[in-house]
Design a binder for this molecule. Structure first.
Ligand code: PLP
Length: 427
């Protein structure tokens, strides 16, 4: 693409954008009477304008029916998780019975590791993951390893680029590491898109290589779901988990999604932690002894649905369904490409950062991470004071996520102008 850093060019792209109307469906924080330049959808997505009504509908349902709300109304609570399944499955490229919405992300990661991290002393007991994974994942893996009686320093293999965790990991190096360590690996647990670098990993090849060597493989798609196209069923990981409040715009603390591949759907012998909502629904209310899991991902549920957060999630998934992931991805590449072009132009002039997110579309989602020099914090603050919301990650990274559902090309151009005014002000 031959991008041009001008307002007119940005507005032309907006006029040609078939998804531009979705911007109106979101509520923007305001800055001096104008919508903020919101580039933080990788951390907390904006509120769809339908969420308030969706929550009110459930409050009314509760008020009108009390306990009968489990069986009456448009979306009886008894089956509420099922109303989310078809859309969630489409979003991650899964069969419906491979997906369930439940709990929160780190909880689901633990539940999945209970089933799919089955270390054997003296045999396969190690976990391989990317270095610099999101801290919650690091803690989950560390404590799982300890819980099984292993030493994290020995049992966790972290992969990083040759010059450190800011450098992109080469797929070839990941594959080679799996081949090298396969004899000792019990699980490969990778992020989809790394929260810090913004690198998208080749999940298909990682899953294929893991399976070739008989190693369990799972993905944390917190930064991938709703950001990049996924084909979980075809790629074949054993499990995947994600959250709904980042790119999926379902509100703070929103529920998590969980994928368990079809090949484990009918395996009641697979060890797991059970709860009544995972029990065979045809006899769930007979309240008898003896756990009999539901077929598929539903068999990992513990509790009955968290209706209010699920209702917000459903409202948001409706928008994803209406837009469609292929169209979102096409716009996303264009939008991020435009942002990258502008940032590179500013950087050529003022040399303040290194863009650590790979430029190759196969290796990135919408996020762009800037490893900044000593001016980074000040730039971040300047952006904030002038109505551009991004985020800061210690020690010196600014993350910017232009989100195709609600960001415009004009937003991106304006951001570029703010960067320029920061440096021009300093002269
Ligand atoms: C955001 C994020 C989390 C947060 O986990 P919660 O359980 O939802 O608080 C965990 N892992 C990754 C990779 C994330 O990006």
């Amino acid at each position: 693409m031959n991008y041009v850093n001008s307002l007119e060019y940005a507005q032309n792209l907006d006029n040609a954008d078939a998804l531009a109307g979705f911007r109106q469906r979101f509520i923007f924080p305001q800055h001096e009477g104008q919508p903020a330049l919101y580039f933080c959808g990788n951390s907390l997505g904006l509120q769809p304008d339908t969420v308030r009504a969706a929550l009110h509908a459930e409050l009314d349902q509760w008020g009108t029916y009390g306990v009968e709300g489990h069986f009456r109304g448009e979306h009886p609570w008894m089956h509420y998780h099922k109303f989310l399944t078809p859309q969630a499955a489409r979003l991650v490229g899964a069969l419906p019975h491979e997906v369930v919405i439940m709990n929160t992300l780190t909880v689901n990661l633990h539940l999945m590791m209970v089933s799919f991290y089955r270390p054997v002393r003296g045999g396969k007991y190690k976990i391989m993951m990317e270095a610099g994974a999101f801290p919650s994942d690091q803690y989950a893996v560390e404590t799982q390893v300890r819980w099984h009686g292993f030493d994290p320093d020995d049992a966790i293999i972290e992969l990083q680029g040759a010059s450190g965790r800011e450098e992109a990991l080469k797929t070839e190096d990941i594959i080679e590491a799996i081949e090298r360590e396969a004899d000792q690996l019990a699980l490969i647990m990778f992020g989809g898109v790394n929260y810090y670098t913004g690198q998208l990993y080749d999940l298909e090849r990682i899953a294929a290589t893991a399976r070739k060597f008989g190693v369990c493989v799972g993905f944390d798609l917190a930064h991938a779901a709703g950001n990049v196209p996924l084909q979980l069923h075809d790629w074949g990981p054993d499990f995947a988990v994600w959250c709904s409040y980042k790119y999926l715009n379902s509100g703070p603390g929103g529920p998590s999604g969980c994928f368990v591949h079809e090949r484990h759907a009918n395996n009641p012998d697979l060890p797991r932690f059970g709860g009544w909502w995972g029990h065979d629904e045809s006899e769930r209310f007979q309240m008898r002894k003896g756990f009999k899991p539901m077929r598929g991902a539903e068999g990992w549920q513990l509790s009955n649905a968290q209706i209010f957060s699920f209702a917000a999630h459903k409202a948001s998934l409706d928008l994803f369904d209406a837009a469609g992931m292929p169209a979102l991805r096409a716009k996303s590449l264009l939008l991020s490409g435009f942002m990258r072009h502008i940032l590179e132009e500013v950087n050529e002039q003022y040399g303040f950062c290194k863009i650590i997110t790979p430029a190759n579309p196969d290796q990135c989602g919408c996020q762009i991470s800037l490893l900044t020099d000593e001016r980074g914090r000040e730039i971040f603050k300047y952006l904030e004071e002038n109505g551009a919301i991004s985020d800061w990650r210690e020690p010196n990274v600014i993350r910017l996520a232009p989100v195709p559902l609600y960001n415009s090309f004009e937003d991106v151009w304006k951001l570029g102008q703010l960067f320029l005014s920061f440096f021009e002000r300093q002269k």
